[in-house]
Design a protein around this ligand. Structure first.
Ligand SMILES: *[C@@H]1O[C@H](CO)[C@@H](O)[C@H](O)[C@H]1NC(C)=O
Ligand SMILES: *[C@@H]1O[C@H](CO)[C@@H](O)[C@H](O)[C@H]1NC(C)=O
Ligand SMILES: *[C@@H]1O[C@H](CO)[C@@H](O)[C@H](O)[C@H]1NC(C)=O
Ligand SMILES: *[C@@H]1O[C@H](CO)[C@@H](O)[C@H](O)[C@H]1NC(C)=O
Length: 324
């Protein structure tokens, strides 16, 4: 009996180790000295400067410098049409380094992959060698966490959720297939990370929308699988791209805000979908989003291609919720 007991203890230790090994990779990005954080969010951008990518980039530079941003988040579809072939693919410089040249944007960029980054070599943007080309470009894994003291950002790889991509041979599923196991593990790790998070603001970032009134609209796979996890664990915002618009939607049955920042280049699709959630603001054009966070307040804004504020709003947290 004693031997069985020891074996069980040993087995428990192995399982614990495996769980640690499977935890989502994380990196620390400390806030400013006063505890606040300023960031920009852009998505769906890499088109060699075309479709007003350059104009959006210039205005991000102006706003980024004014706000003294700490970092930039990309909601994916970083490089059109099929990501990059390898870290020396000239498309990377043409669509990233040579475009986001402003002083205000010389900060780390934390990125998720979109479906367009997946239809070539989906591993190239994750290769650490990319930072020899441009030191800002930070994709430490397909899903990872950025801890910033007052806010935790949970970057989630949403492309594998979308069922109809799985019949398209252009997608690079290395390290992903089989789908069910990948998604189960990802959600388990995300749930664990959300429950462990002590940050007042919990912000989940993915490429595909959960709720959207723009051209692509809702994704049922994400509604069914991802939404319950992020609602149950008190996420404040779900931030996405994929729809080439700027959009703020509030959930009708939770404090969650669905924010689309997918206006980094080609836009003006002129297509709209119904969503049962409350659409507070929708702009079917180019631009980006800014976010300034303190322990108890969040100030967000959407900017257009000329740098004009289209819509801004605030969120507050009670001192108790902020962990005082
Ligand atoms: C680029 O932005 C300008 C406004 O500054 C707009 O008139 C034009 O249609 C936009 N071009 C594209 C391709 O979206
Ligand atoms: C990287 O990709 C580019 C673009 O497809 C190609 O021209 C080049 O030969 C590739 N380089 C290496 C080292 O594979
Ligand atoms: C994928 O293709 C298979 C075989 O053609 C088909 O049975 C299945 O319904 C397709 N799945 C989706 C999600 O389109
Ligand atoms: C959009 O999502 C909501 C849940 O947030 C769901 O009830 C609704 O049926 C979806 N609408 C469409 C058009 O898929």
């Amino acid at each position: 009996m004693a031997r069985v007991g020891i074996m069980l203890v040993a087995l428990g230790a192995v399982v614990a180790l495996l769980q640690v090994a499977a935890a989502l990779p994380r990196l620390e990005h400390p806030p400013k000295a006063d505890g606040s954080l300023a960031i920009l969010v852009v998505g769906d951008w890499g088109r060699r400067g075309q479709f007003n990518q350059t104009l959006v980039a210039q205005q991000m530079g102006v706003v980024g410098e004014k706000m003294d941003i700490d970092f930039v988040i990309s909601t994916g579809d970083n490089i059109y049409d099929d990501g990059i072939a390898n870290t020396s693919d000239p498309l990377f410089k043409e669509s990233f380094s040579n475009i986001y040249t402003a002083k205000g944007l010389q900060k780390p960029w934390y990125l998720v992959l979109g479906n367009h980054d997946y239809t070539g070599n989906a591993l190239a943007q994750l290769d650490p060698a990319i930072r020899n080309v441009d030191s800002r470009y930070t994709v430490i894994a397909k899903s990872f966490i950025v801890n910033s003291g007052i806010a935790d950002f949970f970057l989630v790889d949403t492309t594998p959720f979308i069922l109809h991509y799985w019949n398209n041979t252009k997608f690079d599923w290395r390290g992903v297939a089989p789908r069910d196991t990948y998604i189960t593990n990802l959600l388990k790790n995300l749930e664990y990370a959300l429950t462990q998070s002590k940050a007042p603001w919990k912000i989940v970032v993915g490429h595909h929308p959960i709720s959207s009134g723009c051209g692509h609209g809702n994704n049922t796979e994400l509604e069914e699988l991802l939404l319950p996890v992020i609602k149950a664990h008190g996420a404040d915002m779900y931030v996405n791209g994929h729809d080439h618009c700027l959009q703020r939607i509030t959930s009708r049955d939770s404090p969650l805000q669905f924010l689309t920042s997918g206006g980094g280049s080609k836009a003006w699709a002129g297509k709209f979908k119904a969503t049962p959630d409350k659409v507070e603001f929708l702009y079917d054009g180019q631009g980006f989003m800014s976010m300034r966070l303190s322990k108890t307040e969040a100030h967000l804004a959407f900017f257009d291609v000329a740098g004009s504020v289209l819509h801004c709003w605030g969120l507050t947290k009670t001192a108790a919720a902020a962990g005082h």
